[in-house]
Design a protein around this ligand. Structure first.
Ligand SMILES: O=C(O)CCC(=O)C(=O)O
Ligand SMILES: [Fe+2]
Length: 314
């Protein structure tokens, strides 16, 4: 039946306006678009012209150079957070390889990663990556501010941002060979507060809508960034904002590179009392974000239907 072919499409929200400041008309208009996209899909596409074609190309050239390093070097990638070290050659997803960069939006964070990968230095790598990771963090903070404003809890914004840190995961998905599975990344929800994802010109990310339908995200511009809710904002928002299931499928013949930045809280994540009432009883107990990540990193917790619900659901 034609009716079962629901054609989902992620909303595209314009963040290019220089005057996008709290209190302005364009701010309130964008807040409404952000909240409605997040409550419906748990994600949207931000059109962010500060990410120029040149900047975006620079990032992906840097990633090509990084992934071309010998495996003996890449395996040295370690992160202070579980699950974010070097991942390559997983038997059931051979297409996928990734590395994690702690405090990726700071010069010091990028430099300490660079020192591990290129002991003799690689100035160009941080020069290409840092402008991007800074802009991605800036975009994340604008979105968080819009969410807090929209829910009338802006008074918690400053302390929230103060405790946020940004971990970046860079990824390479090679093409699937004939007779090989096209699976690039298994279905999951992100464990952070908000993720921002940028990709080279190769599509492949798929999102599960509330009705259970999977749909692909097709990006055509180098200034597009996917903004996605993680489990932490789902709990914080008392289930107003879902963390969507998503996966990567590799259809074409070209390698896909992506760069995802995850925000983590260095304090207890707690649903504001303003978001709890008779109609919306509390769904999650306050929880330590990093302990949640440790919980999820344990093999036996990876297959849970909802790790966050099991971890701190009321
Ligand atoms: O490569 C992508 O587009 C998504 C990657 C992803 O979902 C993740 O790293 O959590
Ligand atoms: Fe993800």
């Amino acid at each position: 039946m034609m009716g079962s072919l629901t054609l989902h499409k992620l909303p595209i929200i314009d963040f290019t306006n220089e005057n996008l400041k709290p209190g302005t008309a364009s701010w309130s208009k964008t807040c409404k678009e952000v909240i409605s996209a997040l409550e419906e899909y748990g994600c949207f596409v931000a059109s962010y012209d500060k990410i120029s074609l040149e900047l975006s190309d620079g990032v992906f050239h840097a990633l090509e150079e990084l992934f071309n390093l010998p495996t003996e070097i890449k395996v040295q990638n370690r992160s202070t957070k579980p699950l974010y070290g070097y991942v390559g050659q997983i038997p059931f997803i051979p297409l996928y390889e990734s590395m994690g960069i702690d405090d990726a939006n700071t010069l010091q964070g990028i430099q300490s990663f660079t020192k591990v990968m290129w002991p003799n230095g690689n100035y160009v790598f941080s020069e290409k990556l840092l402008p991007y990771t800074k802009l991605a963090a800036e975009l994340e903070q604008t979105v968080v501010r819009m969410v807090f404003d929209s829910y009338g809890v802006e008074k918690y914004y400053d302390s929230h941002i103060k405790s946020a840190n940004y971990l970046c995961r860079v990824m390479k998905y090679r093409e699937a060979k004939i007779n090989e599975s096209k699976m690039g990344f298994v279905s999951h929800t992100d464990k952070d507060f908000i993720s921002t994802i940028h990709q080279n010109q190769v599509n492949g990310l798929e999102i599960k809508a509330k009705d259970g339908e999977w749909f692909g995200v097709e990006l055509s511009s180098s200034s597009s960034i996917i903004v996605m809710a993680g489990d932490a904002i789902m709990a914080w928002s008392n289930n107003r904002i879902p963390s969507p299931h998503h996966r990567v499928t590799m259809e074409g013949k070209e390698a896909r590179y992506s760069i995802a930045q995850f925000s983590f809280m260095e304090k207890i994540v707690q649903t504001p009392e303003e978001l709890i009432d008779e109609e919306h009883p509390l769904q999650y107990k306050p929880f330590d974000h990093l302990k949640y990540l440790e919980f999820y990193s344990k093999e036996e917790n990876r297959r849970l239907e909802s790790a966050i619900r099991t971890y701190c659901g009321v």
